[in-house]
Design a protein around this ligand. Structure first.
Ligand code: SF4
Length: 342
């Protein structure tokens, strides 16, 4: 950690005013919390988490749509993280339906092949990291009793919304290393704000923070890459091509956000046989938020999990009230596991 100490010393020397940096990645949040980085950073340097947990930003309307598919006697294949996320009428776990946890889309296809009399729907959540794999699966023409409920989201449109809105007063972004490994960072260059792609070791994150703070201090903005061993400017060209061969962007709501233009991915019309929404006539409705859960603010970086009056009291990983306490990439669960024990 000698390198980390050097970077930390440089950070302390540089930060002489309030600076807020946002990261958009649950894995970054977990790494920051696990290493206790916030406790050693300069007090005036604030790190907030944005909408970087794909399960957390899936709105109630999409959970309700998955529950509608249960009512139509579909077999639901989903990541374990999504099981307990509350919709407006319960969760997949409490639905009593045929809901199975899978580790990926290929496992869902295996179920469809094994059980040709069942309709199997994969709840396809995730950012640009998971969408190419799902696209490759669709291109392999899985059996007709297989379909997906596409809940995919794209990171840059949400950043654009956050910057346009100005609610969180963000001085710069730490860009998600996993997403950028696939997509590269070219498309982030349009944003007039300091940005640094960072990896996931404590030293990677500290270096990303130092480079972003240096830009803030110098009054410049550009995209820099502190994770060159994995990320290139153009990303994985083949994966991007696959993704856009199968999916197209469309306007969609995020939990905690309004409808963000071109921020979702839906199947193109030539693949609509695999689109569960079209296949089963499922509508995704907007659901108003009712509970005291402030996940919406946590996801926009304007509140910390500990600002929520339910945090680690009524809301714990065993009794989650909102999605940010369910997912292992959710800020509330991460804070409950690490930060609240310090
Ligand atoms: Fe929502 Fe629970 Fe987080 Fe509060 S602690 S914001 S109720 S998930």
């Amino acid at each position: 950690m000698a390198v980390g100490k050097e970077i930390l010393d440089a950070l302390h020397a540089l930060v002489d005013r309030e600076i807020t940096l946002m990261h958009i990645c649950g894995t970054h949040e977990a790494a920051i919390a696990r290493a206790g980085l916030r406790s050693v950073l300069p007090p005036k340097l604030k790190i907030v988490m944005g909408p970087g947990c794909p399960v957390c930003i899936t709105p109630q309307g999409e959970i309700d749509a998955a529950l509608d598919l249960v009512e139509r006697d579909c077999t639901i294949a989903t990541y374990g993280d999504l099981l307990r996320v509350p919709g407006s009428k319960g969760s997949l776990e409490s639905s009593g339906g045929d809901v199975r946890v899978v580790q990926g889309v290929h496992k869902a296809v295996e179920i469809a092949r094994r059980e040709p009399d069942r309709e199997v729907v994969f709840i396809s959540v995730g950012f640009e990291t998971t969408a190419p794999t799902v696209a490759a699966t669709i291109l392999s023409r899985p059996p007709e009793n297989f379909s997906i409920l596409s809940c995919h989201r794209l990171v840059p449109p949400a950043m654009e919304w956050l910057l346009g809105q100005g609610e969180a007063a963000i001085d710069g972004f730490i860009l998600p290393g996993h997403v950028c490994a696939v997509m590269g960072y070219e498309e982030y260059e349009k944003f007039p704000v300091p940005q640094v792609v960072a990896g996931f070791e404590p030293e990677d994150i500290l270096l990303g923070l130092l480079m972003a703070v240096q830009q803030v201090r110098d009054g410049v903005h550009r995209v820099e890459n502190a994770y060159p061993r994995v990320v290139t400017r153009e990303g994985n060209v083949k994966a991007k091509r696959l993704m856009y061969e199968v999916f197209e962007p469309f306007d969609i709501e995020w939990r905690g956000f309004p409808v963000i233009p071109a921020s979702g991915l839906r199947l193109k019309s030539e693949f609509e046989g695999y689109d569960a929404q079209k296949k089963f006539g499922i509508e995704i409705r907007h659901v108003d938020k009712h509970s005291a859960c402030i996940c919406d603010k946590v996801l926009r970086g304007v509140a910390r999990p500990s600002d929520c009056r339910l945090f680690s009291k009524a809301c714990t990983p065993r009794t989650p009230v909102g999605p940010c306490m369910v997912s292992h990439e959710g800020a509330c669960k991460i804070w409950h596991l690490y930060e609240s024990r310090r």
